[in-house]
Design a protein around this ligand. Structure first.
Ligand SMILES: O=C(O)CCC(=O)C(=O)O
Ligand SMILES: [Fe+2]
Length: 402
């Protein structure tokens, strides 16, 4: 009896101690993140169309936005570009901006501050949270220098990926993440359920799917998948190292999942290519905007009608060459319940792009997650051959572009 009472007392004391520690941890303020200055250089920026999600719930709003989005992700603009003499320029980059997406600048700034605190940890501390990369799984830390960016040269990129806030994807987390757990969860879920789901509905409308939720169903928040919020760091490097790496931070690629969100930050480095013949154009994301791009999964499900965006990251202009570039991204990836299969779309049927017609035979039955993991396994360590393709079940994509 006495021992029992003692045990209970000890437990209560322990609980109180834990609570106190927790309160101390929660009370520790987040250092404000100071963004680097914008570049003063004149760069050739891509003009992107803006999808105003504020219109989404208004009468006819969804249809209007879907029509606008359709032109961005598929169509060709035949009007001449002012003064350039270039006709039939593709409007399609696979990238667009979204505004009025329901997150405040302060909420976003705090995510940058969380990222900065994580990268202030020592390399050994960061390494404690290494993701199981060998399994094609990005849940956790991908260490600096994981990828051979040019023969014999390690990249300057590192990333912390935070998978969904659901039981299936839990792992040990650094203290800064635990301290702001509820706040990060709100942002994570908001991007997935309130922004990405809306865009997936617009894509379903474009494809004329009878069920507007057809794509949302393969991307439910509670379903297991590799969707992730990413705090991404690219370290400034010396001129000599930069030369040796061919000025590349990340080689040209398409994203492995369904949609990617790139939040605004001022260091110019992201570039997009409209077609194989086109020049690379820089991306500048204005304040209050988030850039979104289409990934492989959407391209595969639409049998190539909606094109994933070819993009790369290069070293910033001279006046930003010495700053570390902190990025905030969210990757929407398909749930493990979704099969890689061309959707049943009246539009694709009319265009001769339905799964039963046309080009190669597409075999159903491959979980879409397998695609994502196979892509991660291919890309996370090597500097691949630019002609190399990944093929699965009749679907294929280039692994890297130059
Ligand atoms: O850093 C960026 O702006 C984009 C990074 C990117 O393309 C990626 O991580 O897939
Ligand atoms: Fe990317």
């Amino acid at each position: 009896m006495a021992t029992e009472t003692q045990t209970v007392t000890e437990t209560v004391q322990q609980q109180q101690q834990q609570q106190q520690q927790q309160q101390q941890v929660e009370a520790r303020p987040l250092e404000k993140y100071i963004f680097p200055e914008e570049t003063r250089e004149q760069l050739d920026y891509a003009e992107l169309v803006t999808i105003d999600l504020g219109l989404y719930d208004q009468p006819g709003g969804k249809e209007k936005l879907a029509a606008q989005l359709r032109d961005i992700v598929h169509e060709v603009d035949h009007s001449p570009r002012e003064g350039s003499g270039v006709y039939a320029r593709l409007t399609r980059t696979g990238f667009f901006y979204v505004t009025n997406f329901g997150l405040t600048q302060e909420q976003i700034n705090r995510q940058y501050a969380i990222g900065e605190e994580f990268y202030a940890l020592s390399f050994e501390e960061r390494l404690e949270y290494r993701a199981p990369l060998e399994e094609g799984n990005y849940n956790g830390y991908r260490p600096l220098g994981s990828v051979e960016i040019a023969p014999g040269q390690r990249d300057n990129v590192e990333m912390y990926n935070l998978f969904k806030f659901i039981p299936q994807t839990q792992r040990s987390q650094p203290e800064v993440i635990r301290r702001h757990w509820a706040e990060i969860e709100r942002v994570h879920r908001h991007i997935h359920e309130n922004i990405a789901h809306k865009l997936l509905r617009l894509l379903a409308i474009i494809l004329e799917l009878p069920d507007e939720d057809a794509l949302v169903r393969g991307h439910r928040y509670e379903a297991n998948c590799d969707s992730a919020l990413r705090y991404m760091m690219s370290r400034a490097r010396s001129k000599e190292d930069d030369e040796r790496c061919n000025h590349l931070y990340t080689r040209g690629h398409t994203d492995f999942g369904s949609l990617t969100f790139v939040f605004q930050q001022p260091v110019a480095a992201l570039q997009v290519k409209r077609s194989a013949e086109a020049e690379w154009e820089w991306l500048r994301i204005p304040e209050g905007h988030v850039a979104v791009n289409i990934g492989d999964i959407v391209e595969l499900l639409s049998n190539g009608y909606l094109k994933s965006a070819v993009h790369r990251v290069i070293s910033p202009p001279e006046d930003q060459a010495s700053v570390d570039r902190l990025g905030l991204l969210y990757f929407v990836r398909p749930s493990d319940g979704m099969d890689l299969e061309v959707v049943d779309s009246p539009l694709l049927k009319r265009l001769g792009l339905s799964k039963d017609e046309g080009r190669e035979e597409k075999q159903a039955g491959i979980p879409a997650t397998e695609w994502v993991r196979a892509r991660v396994r291919r890309n996370w360590t090597r500097s691949n051959d630019a002609k190399e393709v990944l093929a699965m079940g009749g679907f294929q994509t280039r692994v890297v572009y130059d």
